[in-house]
Each structure stands twice: as structure tokens, then as C-alpha cells.
Design a protein around this ligand. Structure first.
Ligand code: ADP
Length: 485
């Protein structure tokens, strides 16, 4: 890629991403749409991580002393700058991650809402006075910042997964050391630049760009000055990190993999269900943890749903996310494509049929065809694994009991979707689905106001909403005697 224009925001990001200059230890970042190298970024390791923790530790002590109002003001200045740079940030995001530019713009706006939300929530982080259990004693609860927070984030939402962790951490009075995914470090660096421009104190947000994630994670999980780890990524890595945090007994928040069911009952609005399916399955080329993975369609409406979904999928435009009109971009890298291809091939070999798509898209080596499969079985790998690609697999069902059992038959429990116009069934399904989030008659579950998180092996803790702040606080009980009365 040619060098960015001197003085441009992109040039600032590239410079900040390689502070030691071209001779420093570094690794390349590629554009998944073209395979072309974008730039080199600093390859940091345990020593830089230790240094960042020490800086964060000092900065946190001062930050905790600021009033909630002062913290909110600085967070809002950061929010304003992010929106001012929405287009720059979106282009950078598409460049390193591949999603269509229109989705990247949406992600920057979505990411910023967490900063706005937690700037407001931080001002209302109330404690409690508890009715006393003994004369002469008073009981109070203070909510205090937990301390230095480690955050490890994925590549599929290179901006919003960061703000969803850092904003509540800062609002609660914490500082953080963040390791972004190695595929998408530039969006993290860009956010840190804008935080600095906004006047957030030095040392509050420390970015560790690194190729060797386990080496950095070892320091983050074991260091006694890190008091909490917040992770979004695979269940496999989440388990490793949780084990790593055990020795120093750190609080953990884990937002892990999913295997979302998308259930369409015979009384559903089929057109609305198709729209929801498109959003929950093909947005970000299916690379989201809340992407629908298993479509359970009532047998009486199966053909109607399949035909309408196929018609909509067949007009999708696959290509470089930078090009206007693209609706499905590339997968993040070749390993991701190989995984999706393996799952689809396995299903086809075992008897599933492709209604549309089914293989690599001719646009290029990281592109997968938007695909719909039928005649798959619940015991196939494609029904058990998180697909993370633009592949919808449709299963037919007869009864509510049967589909509830199938939907819950997974070790995961992040998001579930359900379409029906029967109000009683809406309640029953909301309660019966073993998931952290249930969307009824819509294809999205995430917003800054709603608690995001899973049950079972999909994770621990909630992000966003009023609950998202609690994860960054400790509850302290103050018991005061000698008062009389
Ligand atoms: P995905 O499968 O979506 O890439 P991962 O769980 O592999 O999800 O990655 C999410 C984040 O976890 C990234 O920042 C990545 O660098 C980091 N990561 C990957 N492997 C490890 C590991 N063994 N220890 C700690 N962090 C890891």
C-alpha cells in the first residue's frame, strides 16, 4: 500500500503504531480484501507489558481521585473526537478487517455509544446505606474502582469491543492495558490517539500490540497489579486465560463463542424473519459471536422461508469492503476461510445440500460465497461448531418442545433469536432458551443500553448497560461503630 498523506490521521496512526521506527521489532498488518501489507506495527512482549502495567498502576491512583463528573467530561471529549473522525476510523477499520465500509461506519458509531453511555453511568455509581443490625453501628457500601484492568480483544469488531471494555473501566476509575488482536491493531492505536487528544491522562490506556499473544497474556494474567481481566474471543482461549488468572485470583469477564439458534415458528412474519436472518447471519460475513448458527424453521413455513432467504442472499454483492455497494466482505484471513470451507465440505459430504453457494467465491482467496445449506443434521460438526462465516444452515422442526430441546442442546449460551406472533409463546421461549440474550422478532441483540453476555461456556459477566459498570468495581463494606443510639 502506498504511504498515507503526511499529516493525515492515517499517517498519525501508522507512526504511533511503530513508535520505535522502522528498525524496531515489528510485524505486518495485511488488508484481508487484497492480501496487500498495510504497514508494520510494534511487536511488543513481556517487558513492554510490564512497563505498561507500571504506568497504568500510577495513572490509576490519580484517576480514581478525580470526581465522576471530571471523568465524564473527558470521556465525552473522547466521544466527540471519535465521531468527528468517524470516516477516518471507519476506513482504517475496513482496511485492516475487511467489513463493508457502511458496516464499519456503523461500528464506529456503535463503539462510541459505549463511551457516551458510561460517561453518564459513571456519575450514578451509587453505594448504599444498609439498615443496621446492631445499635451504635452503621453499615455502608462503597463502590470503588477495581484497579488496573487487562483487556484482550478480538479482530471482528476492532473498535467496539475495545470501547465496550475501556469506557466502563475508565468511568469506574480504573486504568487499562489493552492487547488488541494481531490482525487488527491499528483501530486500537487510533482510539488511543484520540483519547490522548481528548485530554485523558497519560497512562490510562496502554496499548500492547503483539504477535505473541500467549507471552503477553501470561504477564497480564499473572501480574499482581492487574486486578481484572476482560476478554472477548474464543471459548478455548477464554478457558486458558481463566486458568491463568486463578493463581492471583483475579476477577474475570469473558465474552466467548456462541452457537445461536434462530427459530421461526409457523405463525411468524416470514418477511421480517428473513430480514432478521440476513442481519444476524450475513453482517460482518457471519463473523460475529452472536451470528445465527442454526436456523430452525417450522416445517409448514420451511419452503417459504428458504425461498425468500435464498432470493435475498443471491443478490448480495461480495467484494472489497472499500468498494461502494459491497454487502459481504472477505473473511479475516486464509485460516478462517479454510475452517469455514472444512465445515461446509464436511456437511455436504455427510448429506447436506447447498441451495446456494457452498464454496470459495471467485472474487479472491479470502472470500466465501454467501451460502445456504439444507438437509443437515444436528449431530454434524457444522451444527456443533461456531461457523464464523456467511453460511446459513436450515433445519426443519415440528413442535415447540422439540425445537426448544434442539436449541438448548449445546455447551454455548450467548444469543438466541425467535420469531412468532403468539404472545404467550414469546414469553415461554424467552424463559426456556438457555441464553444470555434472547431476541424476539428481531435480528440484533446488542446496544449500549442492553446487557451483553452469555451463559454456560459462552462466558461470564455482562458488558454495556448499568450492569457493565459493576464488573469494574469492588464492593467495600464500611462498618462503623461507636455512634450511639
Ligand atoms: P478468534 O478465534 O476469534 O481469533 P481468539 O480467542 O483466538 O479468537 O483471539 C481473541 C484474542 O485473544 C486476540 O487478541 C488474540 O490475540 C488473543 N489470543 C489468541 N490466543 C491466545 C492465547 N493463547 N493466550 C492469550 N491470548 C490469546
Amino acid at each position: 500500500m502506498s504511504a498515507p498523506v503526511a499529516g493525515s490521521f492515517l499517517a498519525r496512526v501508522f507512526d504511533a503504531a511503530l513508535p520505535g521506527g522502522v528498525n524496531a521489532s515489528s510485524f505486518p498488518v495485511f488488508n484481508p480484501a487484497t492480501g496487500v501489507k498495510i504497514t508494520q506495527v510494534a511487536d511488543m512482549g513481556p517487558a513492554e507489558t510490564e512497563g505498561a502495567i507500571a504506568k497504568a498502576y500510577e495513572a490509576q491512583k490519580l484517576w480514581a481521585k478525580e470526581t465522576a463528573k471530571a471523568r465524564a467530561k473527558l470521556l465525552m471529549a473522547w466521544y466527540d473526537l471519535i465521531l468527528e473522525h468517524q470516516e477516518d476510523l471507519a476506513q482504517l477499520l475496513t482496511l485492516e478487517m475487511g467489513k463493508p465500509l457502511v458496516e464499519a461506519r456503523g461500528e464506529i458509531g456503535f463503539g462510541a455509544t459505549f463511551i457516551e453511555w458510561f460517561a453518564e453511568e459513571g456519575k450514578r455509581l451509587y453505594g448504599d446505606i444498609i439498615p443496621t443490625n446492631m445499635p451504635g453501628r452503621r453499615l455502608m457500601v462503597l463502590k470503588q474502582p477495581i484497579g488496573v484492568v487487562a483487556a484482550i480483544t478480538p479482530w471482528n469488531f476492532p473498535n467496539a469491543m475495545i470501547t465496550r471494555k475501556i469506557a466502563p473501566a475508565l468511568a469506574a476509575g480504573c486504568s487499562c492495558v489493552l492487547k488488541p488482536a494481531e490482525d487488527t491493531p491499528l483501530s486500537a492505536v487510533a482510539l488511543a490517539i484520540l483519547a490522548d487528544d481528548a485530554g485523558l491522562p497519560d497512562g490510562l490506556i496502554n496499548i500492547i500490540t503483539a504477535q505473541n499473544a500467549p507471552a503477553v497474556a501470561k504477564v497480564l494474567t499473572e501480574h499482581p497489579d492487574i486486578r481484572k481481566l476482560s476478554f472477548t474471543g474464543s471459548t478455548r482461549v477464554g478457558k486458558l486465560l481463566m486458568k491463568g488468572c486463578a493463581d492471583s485470583v483475579k476477577k474475570v469477564s469473558l465474552e466467548l463463542g456462541g452457537n445461536a439458534p434462530f427459530i421461526v415458528f409457523e405463525d411468524a412474519d416470514i418477511d421480517a424473519a428473513v430480514q432478521g436472518a440476513l442481519l444476524s447471519k450475513y453482517r460482518n460475513a457471519g463473523q460475529t459471536c452472536v451470528s445465527s448458527n442454526r436456523f430452525y424453521i417450522h416445517e409448514n413455513v420451511f419452503s417459504a422461508f428458504a425461498e425468500k432467504l435464498t432470493a435475498a442472499v443471491d443478490v448480495m454483492t461480495v467484494g472489497d469492503g472499500m468498494v461502494d455497494g459491497t454487502t459481504v466482505g472477505p473473511l479475516i484471513n486464509n485460516a478462517a476461510l479454510t475452517k469455514v470451507l472444512g465445515l461446509v465440505k464436511g456437511a455436504l459430504d455427510a448429506g447436506a445440500k447447498a441451495v446456494t453457494g457452498g464454496g470459495v467465491h471467485p472474487h479472491g482467496e479470502n472470500y466465501f460465497e454467501p451460502t445456504i445449506l439444507v438437509d443437515a443434521k444436528n449431530d454434524m460438526e457444522i451444527a456443533q461448531a461456531e461457523i464464523f462465516g456467511p453460511v446459513a444452515v436450515l433445519y426443519s422442526f415440528k413442535t415447540e418442545e422439540e425445537v426448544t430441546l434442539s436449541a438448548n442442546d449445546t455447551p454455548y449460551g450467548l444469543a438466541a433469536y425467535c420469531y412468532t406472533r403468539d404472545m404467550a409463546r414469546c414469553w415461554r421461549m424467552s424463559e426456556a432458551l438457555e441464553y444470555g440474550m434472547v431476541a424476539i422478532n428481531e435480528g440484533t441483540v446488542a446496544s449500549e443500553a442492553a446487557p451483553f453476555g452469555g451463559v454456560k461456556q459462552s462466558g461470564i459477566g455482562r458488558e454495556g448497560s448499568k450492569y457493565g459498570l459493576d464488573d469494574f468495581t469492588e464492593i467495600k463494606c464500611v462498618s462503623m461503630a461507636g455512634i450511639g443510639g
